[in-house]
Design a binder for this molecule. Sequence first.
Ligand SMILES: C[S@@+](CC[C@H](N)C(=O)[O-])C[C@H]1O[C@@H](n2cnc3c(N)ncnc32)[C@H](O)[C@@H]1O
Length: 1001
Amino acid sequence: MPTLTPLSLKDAPSLIERVFPAQKISAEAQKERKAGAGQTLTALGSYWKGRKPLIMVRAIVLGCLLPVTDDLEADLHIFEKLMGMDDEAFGRREPKLKVSEIAERITLANPWDYFDYTNKVYDPDDIEALQFPLDAGQYPKLKVRWQRGLADEKKYPLLAQALEGLSYEEKVGLCRRPEEIDPAVLYGPIWDEVNAHLGALGVEAYSHEELVEQLGILRYGHRPRVGDTFCGGGSIPFEAARLGCDVYASDLNPVACMLTWGAFNIIGANSEQRAKIEKAQNEVAEAVDQEITKLSIEHNERGDRVKAFLYCLETRCPETGWLVPMLPSRVVGTLQRTIAKLVPNHEEKRFEIEIVSGVSKEELEEAKAGTIDDIYLNYELDGKSYKTPIRTIRGDRKSSGENTENNLRSWRKSDFLPDKDDIFRERLYCIYWVTRETVEEARQDTYFASVTEADLDKEHKVEEIVASNIQAWQEDGLVPDMPIEGGAETTRLHRERGWHYWNHLFSARQLHYLALTKSKISDPSLYISLAKTLNRTSKLCTVDPRNEAAKREITIQGVFYNQALNTLYTYGVRPWFMAHPQFVEDTKQFRIAEVDTKIDCIPANKLEKESDIFVTDPPYADAINYHEITEYFISWLRKNPPAPFDQWTWDSRRALAIKGDGKDFKQGMVDAYRAMTHHMPDNGLQCVMFTHQDTGVWADMVSIFWAAGLQVVSAWYIATETTSELKQGGYVQGTVTLLLRKRLDTASTFKQRLLPKIRQEVQAQIEAMLNLNDAAQTHGETVFNDSDLQMAGYAAALKVLTRYTEVDGRDVTTLALQPRQKGETTVVDAIVEYASEVANNLLIPDRLKALNPDTWREISGVERFYLRMAAIEKTGAAKLDNYQNFSKAFHVEYQPLMASLKPNQARLKGAKQFKPRELTSGDLAGTLLSELLMAIQELLNDKDPKVVLGQIRTSLDDTYFQKRLHLMAMAHYLSDMWDGARPEEAQKAEIIGDRIRNEGI
Ligand SMILES: C[S@@+](CC[C@H](N)C(=O)[O-])C[C@H]1O[C@@H](n2cnc3c(N)ncnc32)[C@H](O)[C@@H]1O
């Protein structure tokens, strides 16, 4: 038996440089994303957006470590086993299938060795002799169930068999995510095969940790260390550690470092540590609760307890001088049909707010109209309507340049309430209660009530406590005293409310219990609990009254349900009683192996620690303003943090954050990646993820890595597609995963010399992948789809380019950092364009190639796009993502060509759906495709084919002769593609094709 020889794989290519099942990983990544709050690390703080899916990280790290052998197919198979993504694994991933469905789907000669039945109808001998698949039509009353006590190991192969024939996505849809299955069950059976495959290298492993350690020794001489200098929410280091790598994580932002620490030390804690954390959480939460209860500020005289305090702003109407509550809607809760009634108080020129439940449907409907919309204060008094723009109330006016100023008072450092004469005041207008008897029950009795004098007394009591303590609290770091620096997200807080310190975002009650909580924290894991609680407690928490599905009267949203700091006219304040559950909320637990985990809070360019592999997801272009948003938390956490957080700089260091896409961004990125390149061995690997937007982003990113001393080796595209109500239409995201190695030599070249080499490399790469596809097709599978091929095309071109340090006499760093001038194309732009061109030329749809191999070359981007997508539609695929990618590749605007833009039901327009104007303008104008589509329309309108063909000839004039064969190929092609889904149009296309063929020219 061979033993491990350290460094024997030192220079061996990694699996991910050659193959990567990007489609399957995309399906798994999307499933993970769809789990929403069920994602493992989200539990530490849903306010951190954009965590990378763990399954994707796992695939990348494994793909970087595994070697390629002389059998790529077998390598891929083993990789899938290690990911729990092979066919057999699905049997162990607990597919949601009824036993009756299984019986109908599997072939089994001896079903009663596995299943039992209840039969009251059929001949017992017939049933005894039955074989599966069960014909449910013949035996509808036969009840089948698993044999009692049947070992799971016996069920798994049958479950896997039952899933055969389904697409990968369908299987993923029916099964659990690999991380949800006990590793012993999911991976237990794979090790013999893995060891047999890698045995020649001396590998003998019975867990991922063992395997990873051994692969590390083969490649680097030790357990591999994975680094991430933009660690954010910690997905990359967490998953790498879970796989068994040593990890190094760093980020500029202390909140990111804290969350990454939480991933290792809370999610990854062992049971004993977890018990300790839970105990500490409960002790703090209970101690705060006792103090609150003693003050009796969340209870009424009956002993009922508050579930939510509802506040609104109030302002004086300039027209009437009345004080008007600013309520976007007067509906309070829909289940108990509760509304707020405004009762005029003429004496005091204000409205009493009466909370009424059990109103009629009509009254509820009527109450949807509040007193404010985004632009106007709009209310009725004594039968007359008054409407004043908010900007008039605020006194908005232009100051210098684009800036506006207004009459809002700037709040002072220790303010926590508006002044009596402020333009916007705050008012408690309703309280949502739970009865004393049902406080502890799962089904609580709740009610809404108007605010009473007694309630107001309690409000004042809290305000007095805060007023007399806030300065001391600020000095002691128990409450923020940090100014709100202006920025893309934060200037709004000045402009819309006059808030200038972060404490202004919190009500008196919140300041009170948060200060109490913070004063009791000494354990770092409770800092994470506090941040979670903060996300649920401020004046930026919306009250959503429409949670009928959850049978909940109201939901108070988190601050960062999106990625903005939005001011509100009405907001909900949770009492401690309701904030408490967030504080003590349980999270998942995953054991992390005994690996070394190190976290630094530093800018990426200051890296000092070595890693063998860097996997990063850098900040770029349109990404989230982490540096601004996190100041919301930093303002609370920055003073006296518990160890080890006291080692970090509790400041967002905005000036050092890499952001935007201009020169500073590029310089920041080059410096960061140069530091990483200098801190990895010569055989180290880097994997960078970024959103696939357009060739411009590609060119910028590649220029950066190139200048940082890296060379492209491959690229994959992972789709993560989700709909979001916050964005119109489909919100589609795809991630490019770019693999890079250190460039060890210097060389110079000329652009003209590069182009033929690039053509060759792109062609060779795509053809190699197509060959692998052909091989896999014998098992009815496609390894690579068109997006993969395209990505690989880009990567191949860039692989050639990034070998050089000088092009046309210009040094790469100069090239990379030159600012992008409007209308100008850089060398990298030109290369990416060229690569895309070469790749697209090779991506000719098979059927069109068979009809006329020259047509593809003759037609324009929009025509290629349409024909290519028609072929994809024929396979039943309907993902908007595909259309978006191809539109980028073919440089077309795809929206005008689409009948549906739904993320998972996207569809091209057929001939019928195009308006005449759409065929004669835009990209389609003057193309053969538009001629063809118009002709099909005419035939659908029963025009004589002869006349229609005559029109085409007239229109194409003397180019007709040269183009007719392509037109014919396209017509026959579309006829084939549409056959089935658009039969009428397919038939007309065929008529045109046949007519051209039979013209007898
Ligand atoms: C796209 S996020 C990373 C998300 C992370 N992969 C995850 O799964 O949560 C980018 C990160 O870069 C950090 N960052 C921005 N500028 C930085 C700099 N100069 N040095 C180090 N980190 C920086 C941000 O704080 C942010 O956490």
